[in-house]
Design a protein around this ligand. Structure first.
Ligand code: PHE
Length: 539
């Protein structure tokens, strides 16, 4: 059967931009920039964009277009045994959409509450106590929050409605959901700019602190932000590009998508910081004391600022949550699309059935995050998915294309039909620079992880929601490739890893050294002796 196609180049590019431009552009970028040197952050950010973001985007587009398949099949076409890397990417993305949809469910709830400005005067208590009914810790789930479940149903209904009809429907929807949030953000920029205190806020956002450029963490933050923001390493861009014609442009589309996304992040910073500057002005505090990022910004700080607006605050509240919903929806369905494409490419199941099946599973999984303890789990899973899942898949991708497929060969292939030709610098980025940076990111996160448990959560919760989920994703990825590989390789490997971790935890250091040294020395000796062949005298 003929593969589905985008109706136009524009539809493809808009869909890719829609996936990249999400909640992170509003609640992550401005805050990360502010924390890492303000205006000076733009330097590492742009360096990261051109040395890792765009090169990996070219890689994903090129792979999808070249293989005409979603991530698992595309990697299998590189080498049979690599199919699991594609599944791993899909599973990390699928995990993300499970909770991303829950954040969107909160937005639905707040869209309703904005009509009455229900949070007025007590935004923090309203969000955590009234709305989420947050429990004392991840150990207390304490029942579902009905309003959040309703929001989750709305989110999944929208996703199913769009994805089940394939990229033709996606291409139409993004013509609305991509420009809409940008226009709505512009309303906030204009409103914010005309408020007292706006300049003060912008000063915080953009005043460069060049001393931060000397800190490695600033650079790591820039690379981390770029990878997450461009929706790389979840098989999304591979899936989207697989519906391109074989002779479509790759390189220039990657430049357009990446620059449009980062331009939107930068623009969103103006909407955030002018309004926060105004809020600081009203409550008479320095801007530094009111800024925040993540859900805290979207559901506590910014709503507070909105409730202080001099005219029609409820209207602005409504517009704000509509902005978040329209930002999030195309990122959410791109994650589902990646999974549907993967399943539909691999098994004889219709796209419609695959969509319903996967959405059903994700909805049920999402119920965990709609409980009173849900926010804790969301935070844990998110932390591990971004710090290890994303980074691990990105590392595997660049190594596979760089060395197995061959960077030079791949570049010649994508250059053939592209409006912008890439030079050797691309090979360098994919073979050395990107893997090196991602490698450093993993080591750095691991060091922090073992230094102090993430956010002070109890160890068991991090084991289940963090390490457990990572192991599950990898093992399931291998199992989806082949049962044999799962039983013979990934299962024993994971079991030994777990056993080793348990030993590390409970054995005194003396015994650990005894076991490790004995295994290496005598085990190694036994292994090499077992391979030795009888030789002739003197050989
Ligand atoms: N890129 C999106 C953002 O910036 C988030 C996202 C990550 C979406 C991964 C899909 C996949 O918000």
């Amino acid at each position: 059967m003929e593969r589905e196609r985008w109706t136009s180049r524009m539809a493809f590019v808009m869909a890719a931009i829609g996936s990249a431009v999400g909640l992170g552009n509003v609640w992550r970028f401005p805050f990360v920039a502010y924390q890492n040197g303000g205006g000076a952050f733009l330097i590492p950010y742009l360096v990261a964009l051109f040395t890792a973001g765009i090169p990996l985007m070219v890689l994903e587009y090129g792979l999808g277009k070249m293989m005409q398949a979603g991530a698992p099949t595309a990697f299998a076409k590189v080498k049979d045994k690599l199919e699991w890397v594609g599944w791993w990417a899909i599973l990390v993305g699928f995990t993300i959409v499970i909770y991303y949809a829950v954040v969107m469910a909160w937005c639905w709830g707040y869209l309703y509450h904005s009509l009455f400005l229900s949070w007025k005067g007590r935004a923090e208590d309203f969000f955590y106590k009234d709305f989420l009914g947050l429990s004392d810790g991840p150990g207390k789930l304490g029942g579902l929050r009905l309003p959040v479940v309703v929001g989750l149903v709305l989110t999944w209904a929208s996703i199913v409605w769009i994805v089940q009809h394939g990229v033709r429907r996606v291409g139409k929807v993004v013509m609305v959901t991509v420009p809409l949030p940008v226009i709505l953000l512009a309303i906030f920029v204009l409103r914010g700019a005309t408020l007292p205190g706006a300049m003060e806020g912008l000063k915080f956002y953009l005043t460069p602190d060049f001393s931060k450029l000397a800190e490695p963490r600033t650079w790591l933050a820039a690379y981390g932000q770029i990878f997450f923001s461009l929706s790389l390493a979840f098989g999304i861009m591979i899936a989207y590009a697989s519906y391109l014609h074989e002779r479509a442009d790759v390189n220039n589309n990657a430049f357009i998508t990446a620059l449009a996304n980062c331009g939107t992040s930068y623009f969103a910073g103006f909407a955030v910081f002018t309004v926060l500057g105004y809020m600081a002005h009203v409550v008479g505090k320095p801007v530094a004391e009111v800024v925040s990022g993540g859900p805290g910004l979207a559901f506590v700080t910014y709503p507070t600022a909105i409730s202080l607006l001099p005219t029609v605050p409820a209207v602005f509240g409504f517009i704000f949550f509509l902005t978040l919903l329209s930002l999030g929806i195309d990122s959410a369905f791109s994650l589902v699309e990646a999974a549907v494409t993967a399943v539909h490419d691999r098994w004889p199941i219709s796209r419609r059935k695959a969509t319903w099946l996967l959405s059903g599973i994700a909805f049920l999984g999402g119920l965990l995050f709609t409980t009173k303890g849900g926010l804790y789990w969301l935070d844990i899973v998110d932390h591990f998915a971004n710090n290890y899942g994303l980074v691990g898949v990105g590392l595997a991708e660049s190594l596979i294309v760089g060395y197995v497929l061959g960077a030079e060969r791949f570049r010649e292939h994508v250059n053939m039909d592209s409006e912008v030709k890439l030079g050797r610098w691309w090979d360098f980025c994919i073979k050395f620079l990107t893997p090196a940076i991602l490698g450093i990111l993993v080591v750095w996160s691991l060091a922090r992880e073992f230094g102090s448990p993430y956010s002070g959560y109890p160890g068991w919760a991090l084991l289940v929601g963090g390490w457990g989920v990572i192991l599950l994703q990898i093992n399931l990825g291998v199992a989806l490739m082949s049962r044999r590989a799962f039983l013979r390789a990934s299962l024993p490997a994971s079991a030994s890893l777990v056993a080793f971790a348990v030993l590390l935890k409970f054995l005194p250091p003396m015994w650990i050294m005894f076991i490790v040294a004995s295994a290496v020395l005598y085990g190694g000796l036994a292994w090499s002796l077992s391979r030795a062949r009888r030789g002739y005298e003197g050989m």
